[in-house]
Structure formats: C-alpha cells, structure tokens
Design a protein around this ligand. Sequence first.
Ligand SMILES: C[S@@+](CC[C@H](N)C(=O)[O-])C[C@H]1O[C@@H](n2cnc3c(N)ncnc32)[C@H](O)[C@@H]1O
Length: 254
Amino acid sequence: MDGFGPSSYGDAFADVYDRWYGDLPGLAETVEAAARLAAGGPVLELACGTGRLCLPLADRTGPVHALDSSQAMLDQLHAKAATGPHHSVVTHLADMAEFSLHDAPPFALIFVAFNSLFNLASAEAQAGCFRAVARHLAPGGRFALECVVPGDPPPGRHDAVELHTLAADRVVLRVSRQDPADQTLAGQHVEITEAGIRLRPWFLRYSTVDQLDSMAAASGLKLESRWTDWSGEAFDADAAGHVSVYRLADRAVR
Ligand SMILES: C[S@@+](CC[C@H](N)C(=O)[O-])C[C@H]1O[C@@H](n2cnc3c(N)ncnc32)[C@H](O)[C@@H]1O
C-alpha cells in the first residue's frame, strides 16, 4: 500500500485502539502462558501497542520490555502505566523487522500476539524479525507468536466492505482487499462523522504455519509447542489460529 510504513497502523489507531480492541477475550490466558513460558526470566513483547498485554504481564511477573514502532501507541501505554503504581514496562521505539536493543538483557521469552507479526509487510521482513529475535534470546530462550491460520481463498483479488460501527454520530466501514497471490490483506477503517472522514489504514502479510516454521528454522529456532490459543489447547488442522512456541537451538544462526 503506497505510503504505508512501520508506524502507519499504530499512529492511525492509537486513539481508538483500547476502545475497539481493549476487551479482546483471552487476556488472562495470554498473561498466564507468557509468565509460564518466561519461567521468571526477562521478557520482551514485540508490537506491544497500548500495553494491553505487557502491562498486566508486568503486574504478574515484574518488569517487562516492550517494543513498538509507533510513538503514539507507546504514549497510550505510558499514560495507562502512569495511572497505577504497579506497572513496570521498559519501552523501545523500534521496527521489529530489524531491532537491536543494546541496553536490554538476553530474553527468556520474546512474544508477539494478536497477528502482529503479520503487520510486517513482506516475508523478508518477517524473516528479519525471526533473526532479530534469535539475536536477543538467551540460550534456551523462547519465541511465542499468536497468529491466524490463513484460509484458502479462490485465486484472484477479493474486495469487501463491512460495517464496523453504526452509531447516531458516526459510521465506521471496514474496506479491504485480499490478494491471495501475495498473501496480503490491505484495508482502511473509514470513519464518517459530521466533522468529516478519518482514514485508518492497515496492511497485513499473512504466512502459513509451514512458512513460519521455515523462517524460525533459518534463525536457529525450533518448534517446541503449537496450540490453538494461549490456553494451551492442542492444535489441529481445523484450528482458526495458533500459538507457536519456538526455542533457540544450541547453535543458532544469528
Ligand atoms: C494490532 S496492534 C496489536 C497490539 C498488541 N500486540 C495487542 O495485542 O494489543 C499491532 C501493533 O503492531 C505495531 N507495529 C506495526 N508494525 C510494526 C513494526 N514494524 N515494528 C514494531 N511494531 C509494529 C503497531 O504500532 C501496533 O501497536
């Protein structure tokens, strides 16, 4: 999508993110699974957004590192952290496709939730993320990612317009185009009010589980577990999503 960069999504959605997505199900299961996988070691969340996950995780485990490419999203996170005495989150403004955190410890767990890896717009960028993750993990450290399992649409582009919000003072339409050949889904949330139109663009490059496993292997990460979600239910072929946990092999390619 022309003009779409690493901070475009976050900058466009920061003001509405918690209102629209703050109540997603599975928060407690995600926090518990992350705490268990980290086993008391340092944690980094990639694409942390407004802190929906890393703030409660920090309450549960102690300090958590969190990275996002959008300062607007991190500003929302800091505003929420300032309202309570318990949160301790160290934030990093960076692109998860190629980050280097010089002042951070080797991590026991790095995780990326809610399809956020697919915000990286190409297979190359996603592979770059796996490489950066491997460089930042401690020996035996884990990388956990939560993604949708891509469906199998017929060839050709698919355009859609759906109603997202209908209220007395606004309409929000979700306009999207899927291109199965490129494995991309581009869209806009178009908010119409009497004051005017606000565009919120988004772009996803989805990968199959096999493609993710290949990227992981190329970075020295080996699949340890695959669940349908953070509750740990076993993955099967009909699952709509997956949580995959990779572990750094003894001799990682970095
Ligand atoms: C759908 S939100 C998810 C936020 C959070 N993971 C959650 O579950 O609530 C996607 C986040 O990814 C961030 N993001 C997009 N591209 C990124 C990139 N290249 N590097 C780091 N963060 C990125 C956006 O700024 C946004 O905060």
